[in-house]
Design a protein around this ligand. Structure first.
Ligand code: TYM
Length: 333
């Protein structure tokens, strides 16, 4: 049976190494397997849960498509589209918000983190955002959803919503219950400045992340300045796990070289960080610079990027509108 893969990325600029190693790298390998049907969505409706400048948002949507393609996703072998252009997403989100329970949403840790101290001032969209995410996934009968570790709780909510809908309306199997695909050993890339915080596009300091559009010298400088501790590199994973910044850098190395943390440690244990950092910079430059150059090249061809989205939207719309029609029938509209 074909796997139906669905995932989304917000077009909020500064796509970074966390997005790449946590999600996009996995999109590429899933897309390379002809047994899979892949849909990759630029989730612009999710982006407006916090305020956006319209002109910048428009450019960021294109940049996200460019990043998908530059990273190795083939638009001929997948559907790439933006969420706002397929109205079924907004419609299903409303219907599913009548299925999801307040108690379920109140548990979402990402809302608590993003809303910060002043929850009263957060948009309602930021709160109900995981329901829109569930709609994205369920409209396409997705079987597998590749994401970073931070999206795990949202995926569990999506499964709960699907199950409740199927039970409430006695339509067993109408919504497929999707499986998350999360990297096993190292699924959360942390800030280069603080090993306890996720690498994120909203972090003020650009030194905290490697952007996928960074140039060679920026990558070298950021790795040189990345926080470490004063001890040499440990020999075992147990010790590594107690040293967050060291774990993050070794984890990034292991993910880029497709090796285990243990193997990565084997190459460097007992050495100091300066030698390791030189190696890590080289590997990062080898991986990121071609992507960065391709993004810049693709961004010059706006009509190609717009056409890619237009074609993708047409295909996505066909699938999603059929599913919404069935939802209407089930509900009694
Ligand atoms: P977003 O745009 O914040 O991030 C896109 C993807 O990158 C992963 N990611 C990370 N992985 C590891 N370490 C990090 N530091 C890191 N930062 C980001 C995220 O886990 C994600 O996979 N709600 C989603 C987008 C979305 C979606 C969907 C995903 C909307 N609808 C349907 C899957 C299916 C989000 O805001 O991702």
């Amino acid at each position: 049976m074909k796997k139906k893969i669905f995932s989304g990325v917000q077009p909020t600029g500064n796509l970074h190494l966390g997005n790449y190693l946590g999600a996009i790298k996995n999109f590429v390998s899933l897309n390379n397997d002809d047994k899979n049907e892949c849909i990759f969505c630029v989730v612009d409706l999710h982006a407006i849960t916090v305020s956006q400048d319209p002109a910048i948002l428009r450019e960021n949507i294109r940049e996200t498509v460019a990043t998908f393609i530059a990273s190795g996703i083939d638009p001929k072998k997948s559907i790439i589209f933006n969420q706002s252009q397929v109205s079924a997403h907004s419609e299903a989100a409303w219907i599913l918000s009548c299925i999801a329970r307040m108690g379920w949403l109140n548990r979402m840790t990402q809302f608590k983190e993003k809303a910060g101290k002043d929850k009263e001032k957060a948009s309602v969209g930021l709160y109900s955002y995981p329901i829109l995410m569930a709609s994205d996934i369920l409209l396409y009968d997705s079987t597998h959803v590749p994401v970073g570790n931070d999206q795990k709780q949202h995926l569990e909510l999506c499964r709960d919503i699907a199950q409740k809908f199927n039970n409430d309306f006695k339509v067993e199997d109408f919504f497929k219950i999707p499986e998350p695909l999360i990297q096993k050993e190292f699924s959360r890339i942390m800030s280069l400045k603080d090993g306890s915080k996720k690498m994120s596009k909203s972090e003020l300091s650009d030194l905290s992340r490697i952007n996928l559009t960074d140039e060679e010298d920026q990558i070298m400088n950021k790795i040189k300045k990345a926080k470490t501790d004063s001890l040499p590199i440990p020999s075992n994973v147990k010790e590594l796990n107690s040293r967050p910044e060291a774990r993050n850098l070794i984890g990034i190395y292991s993910s880029l070289t497709n090796s285990t943390l243990e193997n990565a440690l084997g190459n460097f244990s007992g050495k100091n960080f300066s030698e390791f950092k030189e190696n890590l910079s080289e590997i990062l430059i080898d991986k990121i610079t071609p992507i960065s150059n391709d993004i810049k090249k693709l961004l010059k061809d706006k009509s190609y990027l717009d056409k890619t989205l237009e074609d993708g939207c047409e295909k996505a719309n066909k699938i999603a509108s059929k599913k919404v029609k069935k939802i209407h029938d089930i509900i009694g509209f």
